[in-house]
Each structure stands twice: as C-alpha cells, then as structure tokens.
Design a binder for this molecule. Structure first.
Ligand code: 4AZ
Length: 451
C-alpha cells in the first residue's frame, strides 16, 4: 500500500529530507486515511463480526477474572484453643475414637456452632472440628480447627478480628454444661495447607457434605464423587484390581483375608487410592500382609476373614485420600441403621469389576434375623454382621470384598462398621451381604498395628 502511495503522491526524489518529511505529513497522511477508510469500508462483514465478538469475549474474560479474584469466597482456617474448667481430664480423651472424646467434642462443636450461627458471622461459618483434648491444670484444653468462608476482598486481619471478638464475647455464656475460661482463648489463622493437613489427619472426615439421592446400588448404582469415600483403597495383584480395602492409617489398610487365598507374596501386590482405578490418585507398594492366624484358605466357613496390609511407604494424606475411624471394641451399631458400602465390584453376580467407585446405602440386619432358616440358617457367627435388605436388590458383589461398610456418627465422623466378606450371590432376596464385624476384631487390629 505504501509503495502505491509514493507514486500517487508524486514525491520528488530530489526533495530534501525536511521537504520529504513535510510532504509526508501534509500530503501522505490524508491519503493514508482515505486509503484506510476505503479498506475498512471494503472489510467484509464477517471479519468485522469476528473482531467485535473477539473484543467482547476478551472484555468479558478480563471482567470475569477481575471479579473472580476480587469477589470469590475462599475457605479460611483458624486454630482456636481454650480451657474448659467444668470438665475434669479423662485419659480416654487421648484417643479421638473413644466415646468420651466423641461426647465432649460434640458438646464443644455444638457450642461453637451456636456461637457463630447466632452472630453476624453466621453466613461465613462452615464448621468446627475438635482435633485434641489435652490435660491442663484446672480442666481440659480444647484444640479446635474452625473453617470459615470469606470473600477474598475481606482482609485477613479483619476476618481474624471478627472471629476473635465473637469468641471472646459469646463463648463464655453460650453453654450451660461447658465453662470456658475467657483468659485462655487463643486464635491463630492457619494457611490452607496446614488447615487441610490438620483435618485430613483426623480419621473419618469428609472435605464437604455430600447429599445422598436416595438408595443407590453398587449393582447398577451411581458412581461416587471425588473425596466422597477417601478411605477406600483398591488392592491389586500384578496391577489388576482384586479387592477393596480401607485406609486406617498412613501405613496400614484393613481388608478381607480371602483376597490373599494362596497369594500371600507382598511383592505381587500394590494398593491404589482415589475414585478411579485408572488413573489412581496415589499408588503404593505393599510391604507386608498379615492374614488372621485363625483364617484358613481351606475351611469355607468364612470365619476370621480379616487381613492387614502394611504399605512400603506412607500415604500422603489429602482431602481425597485419608483414613476412616476404627470403632471401639465395645461400640454397638444398632440394627436397622443406615450404612454405606463402596467398591469397584461387579454390577451383577459373576460380573466384572468397574473403573469408577460405586456406593450403596444398606441397613444393618440383626444376627437373629440373618440367622433365620430362610436367610443364612445359623451361618452368621459373632464375628460377622449382615447388612442390606431382605428383599434383595441392593448389595455388594464380587470385587467389593475387603472393602468398607461405614456409618457416620452424630458428629458426621465416619466409622468402619464392617469389611465386605461373603454372601449367597449378589442382591438376592433373603441373602443380604455378610461383613466382618470390625468391633469384634478391634483388639486384634490393635495388637498388630498399634492403632
Ligand atoms: C465375593 O465373592 C462376594 N453379596 C462379595 C460379597 C457378596 C457376595 C460375594 C455379597 O467377593
């Protein structure tokens, strides 16, 4: 275009640089404008549309990004500690899974929930979780992780100040049972990593609340979502899924003994974690397999169907992979209460395993009912537990063996109730799933793992 312009404007080669420059500004410029004007006029409508749409999209993106960074909510974690003077320290508070720990923690969490829900922070408060109860002169020192949702525009100092003020103003007077010494209240902000770490190191916790859409089945059921059952593991022989298992610490899994029938060489076994078998979130080599010493590969009465798997290296606990709580040996899970069984097992009897983890809601059936002649006719021993429905349909199946049957307590903490063990086919009427009763083997688990 410029070359064509030189000819048309008639700039003389003999003109001096000053003259040239003058000629360029006074004579070329209008011509260029005219030319460009013509070019624009000549531009095809679709090109104009593309340019306009691109500009609009770019602007929307920029505005979206700015609003996201300025206005989106972010979880903030805090560590609160305070002395409770109305309770004497009980050595049972040392372990998170005792009834005593559960009871006091529930009281504390309910109190904190009332404190924040009754304050101007009600919409910001998400949850509180007691992580430890320790002895202190004059009472029990409670250590709690608090989770809030603040807009990213709220400054850290302001959020901390609001929470601290509410704690100091309302904590003392909020419970009739718990007396909090105000002078001991301390609040520190935790970064996300530290907050997540503290929560992920507590057993039986789920990152978020998942709603259950009625009864879902492993046989023909719906898939579980990321982080929904973070303690679920797959144990694999030569890289192929064989059984389910439950994470009970960063080094130990618990599963069914029959998974290792004739195959007890740990070097052939690996464990994977995460809702998908392929690709998994984490994978670990197996160091040691401990099958219950009274389990027999040859006696088919399904007794002592429990085994422990020690990993070669520790699992890195995340929101998607961490442990379930083990119940106390004395705990009783009442009949007819709801549990969930999860696994990659078959969707029909003698079917194949699936790649996506599935879940099913089942109910605990009393041993008396399960031992009825038309059900299992006396085959259910004290170390076993039945769960499912006498009408059938909802059940665990082949490939789910070794996997968890879990129940949430009133604090929303999940406990391992059973281990998928056996059954007469899958989903048949009067033939519910039979599970290893974890409370019955609680002391055996402790004797092997120290947990
Ligand atoms: C199995 O063979 C198996 N319906 C597991 C669970 C059930 C039946 C069989 C329960 O691994």
């Amino acid at each position: 275009m410029l070359r064509c312009c030189t000819v048309r404007c008639g700039i003389r080669d003999s003109a001096s640089p000053r003259q040239r420059s003058f000629l360029l500004t006074s004579q070329w410029y209008p011509e260029i404008v005219i030319q460009m004007d013509r070019a624009t006029k000549r531009m095809e409508p679709w090109k104009i549309a593309v340019i306009v749409v691109s500009v609009i999209v770019a602007l929307a993106l920029i505005i979206g990004l700015i609003t996201y960074f300025l206005c989106h909510d972010q979880d903030r974690y805090y560590n609160a500690s305070f002395l409770i003077t109305s309770v004497n320290y009980d050595p049972q508070y040392e372990r998170q899974t005792t009834e005593e720990f559960r009871h006091l923690s529930q009281e504390i969490e309910t109190m904190l929930s009332a404190v924040f829900k009754g304050s101007f922070l009600s919409k910001r408060y998400i949850r509180s979780h007691v992580v430890s109860l320790s002895p202190e002169p004059g009472g029990v020192l409670a250590n709690v992780v608090l989770v809030f949702k603040f807009a990213s525009t709220d400054s850290e100092e302001t959020s901390w100040g609001h929470i601290n003020r509410v704690l100091h103003r309302r904590l003392q007077t909020s419970s009739t049972f718990l007396n909090v010494d105000q002078s001991t209240i301390s609040l520190t902000e935790l970064n996300k990593e530290k907050g997540d770490n503290l929560l992920n190191n507590c057993c039986g916790i789920r990152r978020q609340t998942f709603s259950f859409a009625g009864v879902e089945r492993i046989i023909g059921g719906q898939r579980a979502r990321d982080g929904e059952w973070p303690w679920q593991a797959s144990i694999q022989l030569d890289g192929i899924h064989r059984c389910g298992a439950s994470v009970i610490s960063n080094m130990w899994l618990v599963t069914a003994a029959h998974c290792f029938r004739g195959l007890r060489n740990p070097r052939r076994w690996t464990a994977s974690f995460g809702v998908l078998l392929r690709p998994p979130k984490q994978k670990k080599l197996v160091q040691r397999i401990i099958v219950h010493e009274r389990y027999s590969d040859f006696v088919l009465d399904h007794e002592y169907d429990i085994a422990l798997v020690e990993l070669a290296s520790a699992i890195e606990f995340t929101s998607d992979v961490h442990s379930v709580c083990l119940p106390e040996a004395s705990h009783v899970f009442p009949e007819n209460t709801s549990c969930f069984v999860t696994g990659w097992g078959a969707l029909k009897n003698d079917g194949r395993s699936v790649n996506e983890l599935r879940q099913a809601e089942v109910k605990i059936i009393s041993t008396a009912t399960c031992n009825r002649r038309q059900v299992y006719g006396g085959a259910i021993s004290p170390g076993m537990l039945c769960a499912g429905y006498l009408e059938g349909q909802v059940d665990a199946c082949q490939g789910d063996s070794g996997g968890p049957l879990v129940q949430a307590n009133s604090r929303g903490i999940w406990y391992l109730v059973g281990i998928v063990s056996w059954g007469d086919e899958c989903g048949k009427a009067n033939k519910p799933g039979v599970y290893v009763r974890v409370t019955y083997y609680r002391n055996w688990i402790n004797s092997k793992t120290g947990l």
